[in-house]
Design a protein around this ligand. Structure first.
Ligand SMILES: Cc1ncc(COP(=O)(O)O)c(C=O)c1O
Length: 459
């Protein structure tokens, strides 16, 4: 006791206590750190998904929430869908028998309606049970088509600019994306159209080889709005046939085509039905993107592969949305050739919006690319470069810096198109911004006013 009393003076005791606490703290902290790093090591993304980053949508939705700009970035209407479509959902909601699981590969009433529609459009009888799969948005149909066909090392040709999920989906299947960019033809002085962006035929031909499993086509294209011509589709089809390649045709904007252009389904070209999976979306067809209902159709042997992926990941889609969509299709099936049919009236309704956007972008100093289809417009923003403080943002690509600066300082949001290119070709998208014009006239006018004010230096 006396030794303790002599050695451990109050000051010593304090120091020893502090040391012990520190030691204890550090040992607790270091074992906590070790545990954390063990957890991080063991539970990081599996190798197949390594390198995945939040997509442009995740980042830009947050940007819009943080800065509350006028949002012409994301592709959805800011006005209500057709009344008969929402009425169908109300009717379904009050039916007590439509709130339980439905058939996994597609709600019977919906696959019947889809078979009836596409049999007419494709010119062959489509089997609703074996040749159609309904999915959670076209997104899941793409996932099932890619995962259901692509093996490790298989090459998949992707035409740029492309809807951004194609690339990670191919990589998740351990496939190898091979990119080819649509490039503008020289059109001095003329207003650019999405049709001026073309494939280099020799370059495309050069990509096809023994390892090529599939090509992903998107017509009308997002973000460019290009509607592929019969000549272009025939060239692609001939290569698919020559090299025994699958065509995954994303046609979610099939009804959004402006006169005089025409949507051609590649599955209708000779010898293409047996090697094509065509994908559609209720979100785009009936302007109900929140319903997240899509479908794929094609020959039974190819569809079986998609059905297996769907069965073992999602199993079944939701019943009321599928029933309401079936009712909406049944209505349109009775008036397909009339101008009242929504499939015909939607592009008539959108055409003046497209014209208005082209005009106000041009007047502000952008160089818009007028789309032949879809509801997006890409525009070259670089003539306005001197009015933008690109250095205030840190992103690698200038279109990200431009769109972020515009969101924060000018209050108008667009999407950076370099997101729609593979890493090697991102530079091709850097000079552009993508705006969406399926918006109320008053909001398009507000966008025009914002840009006018910015141009005159008043904001
Ligand atoms: C080209 C393209 N494909 C697929 C999709 C996904 O459609 P959905 O919302 O039905 O999943 C979109 C959505 O914007 C798209 O633009």
């Amino acid at each position: 006791m006396s030794i303790v009393a002599k050695t451990f003076t109050p000051r010593n005791l304090q120091l020893i206590t502090e040391q012990c606490l520190k030691k204890r703290y550090f040992s607790l902290a270091s074992s906590a750190n070790q545990r954390m790093s063990e957890i991080e090591q063991k539970f990081k993304l599996p190798k197949t998904y390594e390198g995945s980053q939040p997509s442009v949508w995740v980042e830009y939705i947050q940007l819009a929430l943080d800065h509350k700009p006028l949002n012409l970035g994301q592709g959805f209407p800011d006005y209500p869908p057709p009344k008969y479509v929402t009425d169908a959902l109300i009717e379904v909601a009050s039916n007590r028998n439509l709130h339980q699981y439905t058939r996994g590969f597609g709600h019977p009433r919906l696959v019947q309606a889809l078979a009836k529609l596409y049999s007419q459009l494709i010119g062959r009888t489509i089997n609703p049970q074996k040749e159609i799969l309904t999915t959670l948005g076209a997104y899941e149909a793409l996932y099932a088509a890619i995962t259901g066909h692509v093996d490790a090392g298989d090459e998949v040709i992707i035409i740029e600019p492309f809807f951004d999920c194609y690339e990670p989906m191919v990589r998740y299947a351990r496939g190898v994306p091979r990119f080819i960019a649509l490039k503008p033809k020289l059109t001095e002085g003329k207003r650019l159209s999405s049709g001026d962006f073309v494939l280099d035929k020799a370059e495309l031909e050069g990509l096809f080889n023994k390892k090529t499993k599939a090509i992903i086509l998107n017509t009308p294209n997002n973000p460019l709005g290009k509607v592929f011509t019969l000549e272009e589709l025939t060239f692609i089809a001939d290569l698919c046939k020559k090299h025994n390649v699958l065509c995954i045709s994303d046609e979610v904007y099939e009804w959004l085509v402006y006169k005089p252009y025409q949507h051609i389904r590649i599955a209708t070209l000779p010898g293409m039905w047996e090697r094509t999976i065509t994908i559609g979306s209720a979100g785009k067809t009936f302007s109900v993107t929140g319903w997240k209902l899509g479908w794929a159709y094609g020959p039974a042997n190819l569809m079986f592969n998609l059905q297996m992926i769907h069965q073992n990941s999602v199993y079944t889609g939701n019943t009321p949305i599928q029933e309401a969509t079936a009712i909406a299709f049944e209505k349109e099936l009775t008036r397909l050739d009339s101008s009242e049919c929504y499939f015909n009236s939607i592009s008539t309704e959108l055409e003046p919006k497209r014209e208005f956007m082209g005009k106000f972008l041009q007047e502000t100093g952008f160089k818009p690319i007028i789309p032949e289809g879809g509801y997006f417009m890409m525009a070259d923003w670089t003539p306005l470069k001197s009015q933008v403080d690109l250095d205030s943002e840190t992103d690698k690509y200038a279109d990200y810096r431009f769109t972020k600066w515009m969101t924060k300082k000018v209050g108008l949001q667009g999407i950076p198109p370099s997101a729609f290119y593979g890493e090697e070709h991102k530079k091709l998208g850097e000079n552009f911004v993508r705006y969406c014009f399926i918006k109320e006239d008053k909001n398009l006018q507000a966008a025009a006013d914002i840009l006018q004010k910015w141009k005159s230096g008043k904001n």
